[in-house]
Ligand binder design. Sequence first.
Ligand code: NI
Length: 188
Amino acid sequence: MILPIYVYGEPVLRKSAEDIDEKEILTPDFQQLIADMFETMYHAGGVGLAGPQVGKSTSLFVIDTEPFKETYPKVQIYKGAFINPVITEEWGEDFVFAEGCLSLPQINEDVTRKSQIHIEYYDENGQFREEDFSGLVARVIQHEYDHLEGKVFVDRLSPIKKMVLKRQLNEIATGKTCAAYKTVCKPR
Ligand code: NI
């Protein structure tokens, strides 16, 4: 089932997501949520989607870097769900990449992040894993991980850049910006 995506201005995007009990991972409800999040992400043309973006303050995100292949033929393709993730380390060079977000339609801005990460998490089979990622896979994970901490990528921009985007952000928050997918934006 395709879920509506919560956009900038919605309070759920500003909350810290809650860890779930590992025993819940294999329940039909949670497995359905994972499946719905993949479906929603593909439908909207995204490479990652976090729980808060579908209105669930749950420590879960899904990613699939396959769509990058067209632009970056050498990209590492990684598809998976990350549950109760913890990025324990970030290192390497500062890496600049123009990010976008399904919760911030029509905004793309350069964000600087470290190029490598170490992450611990449970996968969709309830298996505990720890892995290193780099490049664009690390980038997508870092972006989604921010969502679980109540952050969005524009929080990482300079004050000047944010000022320039103020009107655009306000238009998203007041429902004036359209997306090609279903969104939730309550009138304020
Ligand atoms: Ni995002």
